[in-house]
Design a protein around this ligand. Structure first.
Ligand code: FMN
Ligand code: SF4
Length: 437
């Protein structure tokens, strides 16, 4: 189980029950648990959607789409059952927040799923937990079982006449299954590859029914919005970026950990104050601001508010909130290679630009990093990556290309320093790695 960290600048909303034993249902109830869903049952569904929309809550899974807006796309009438899916696949390198929610406050996710269901007229929800988080499945299973035992789930919840069921499902260890349509394929018992869109899940989703899919942190935020109000939540953050966010700080930092900070918190402060700065007197070289799919920022580019719009303006993305600090002892060619190895391994292989592109890039980077590069490779790495952009069935191709392009553009000199058979300047006794490793 992960250690909890804290910092005076934290504003605890989603994490406010962490460390308080709230995985236990009685304790959750003492801490205002299941009050929000009862409030939702007394509201008109469209008012719930308006409230969530006005709160400025944007998806914490990566794309940052306005949550209430997403819910509003679900048709009111549907011949097929509607579903709510909680995406707890959390596999983006650098991201480790949903696991804390499942560990410390699993009922908040269940309650969020229920509220989303009431808002769109669904009567069933699924909590999909990453395969490698098997130890958390027991906690989620118990939470669902306890909620049924109290009559909070099943028929006639809270005497309202509304029926709602929640099921859990464990993944089998594929990053790609975090992609919403691949997740639905996986839930249906098929191979986890994405679906062609349109139609979008809100209209044709799980088993062909209208489906809302949201990240675990997104859903865990919803009960707090219901109780605190849209205005309160919106004001915690910046315009159009409501609330707080669980930021996962890792890499070369003195105080790594998951901290809940207001949206728009300054990135530089997050690194030097909250994260305690760079260890061993070293200097910061680069930052991955929101998970490995995001373009990197250099040390000169970090005076920026951490919200979706500001990061986009700065040429990167807030993504899933996984911040990785990189110090000046790091070889950026090797860093690019490490990222590409991940995406090459996780590509589902369905479309050629991603399947072949990630493989070519990995092999080129291995050769390049070990001293077998030629000048033309540098442009080729960028060209190959750019040709993957927007040409794949799902955004995994973009996720592999974007950080690579930014590394080549911003750290070209480091690539040049590896040329002419030179070993990696950052590694003593560097040896050539076999190209097919
Ligand atoms: C390759 C890939 C992996 C993804 N992995 C996750 C994940 O682990 N968790 C998650 O919530 N969203 C993940 N997403 C984003 C989802 O497709 C989807 O946008 C998200 O679950 C929507 O929820 P939100 O609106 O609450 O962010 C992934 C997307 C891609 C392309
Ligand atoms: S982009 Fe990659 S992961 Fe996505 S469908 Fe194509 S091959 Fe599969």
């Amino acid at each position: 189980m992960a250690d909890l960290v804290s910092h005076p600048d934290e504003v605890k909303v989603v994490s406010r029950r962490f460390g308080n034993g709230a995985a236990n249902l009685d304790r959750y109830l003492e801490l205002d648990g299941y009050k929000a869903v009862q409030k939702a049952l007394a509201m008109k569904p469209e008012d719930i959607i308006t409230m969530v929309k006005d709160s400025g809550l944007r998806g914490r899974g990566g794309a940052g789409f306005n949550t209430g807006m997403k819910w509003s796309f679900v048709p009111k009438q549907s011949p097929k059952p509607k579903y709510i899916l909680c995406n707890g696949d959390e596999s983006e390198p650098g991201t480790c927040k949903d696991r804390l929610i499942f560990e410390h406050d699993p009922h908040s996710v269940i309650e969020g799923v229920m509220i989303a269901g009431i808002a769109v007229g669904a009567h069933a929800g699924y909590v999909y937990v990453r395969g490698e988080y098997r130890y958390l499945l027991e906690i989620v299973q118990k939470a669902i079982k306890d909620a049924y035992a109290k009559g909070f789930l099943g028929k006639n919840i809270f005497g309202s006449g509304y029926d709602f069921d929640v099921y859990w499902h464990g993944g089998a260890g594929a990053y790609e299954v975090g992609e919403e349509s691949a997740l639905m394929e996986s839930l249906e018992g098929k191979r986890g590859i994405p679906r062609i869109r349109p139609p979008f899940p809100a209209v044709v989703g799980l088993w062909g029914g209208p489906t809302v899919i949201n990240n675990a942190e997104t859903l865990a935020s919803v009960p707090h919005i219901l109780l605190g109000g849209a205005d309160w939540f919106a004001k915690l953050g910046t315009p159009k970026n409501g609330g707080t966010r669980l930021f996962c700080l890792s890499g070369h930092l003195n105080r790594p950990g998951v901290y809940e900070l207001p949206m728009g918190y300054n990135l530089k402060k997050m690194i030097y104050d909250v994260g305690g700065g760079i260890p061993n007197g070293r200097a910061l070289k680069a930052v991955v601001p929101g998970g490995s799919s995001c373009p990197l920022l250099t040390a000169d580019e970090i005076d920026v508010p951490m919200d979706f719009d500001s990061l986009a303006k700065a040429g990167s993305m807030l993504g899933s909130g996984g911040l990785v600090a990189v110090d000046d002892s790091t070889c950026m060619v090797k860093f690019a290679l490490r990222i590409m190895k991940f995406y090459q391994h996780e590509s589902c292989g369905w479309c050629i630009p991603c399947r072949e592109g990630t493989d070519w890039l990995k092999k080129t980077l291995i050769r390049f990093h070990s001293g077998g590069g030629v000048k033309k490779d540098i442009d080729n790495i960028q060209y190959l990556s750019e040709n993957m952009l927007g040409r794949t069935f799902c955004p995994l191709g973009d996720a592999a290309a974007l950080p690579t392009i930014s590394i080549v553009k911003k750290f070209r000199k480091e690539f040049e320093d590896h040329l002419d058979g030179k070993p990696c300047p950052f590694e003593k006794n560097a040896v050539r790695e076999p190209v097919l490793a």
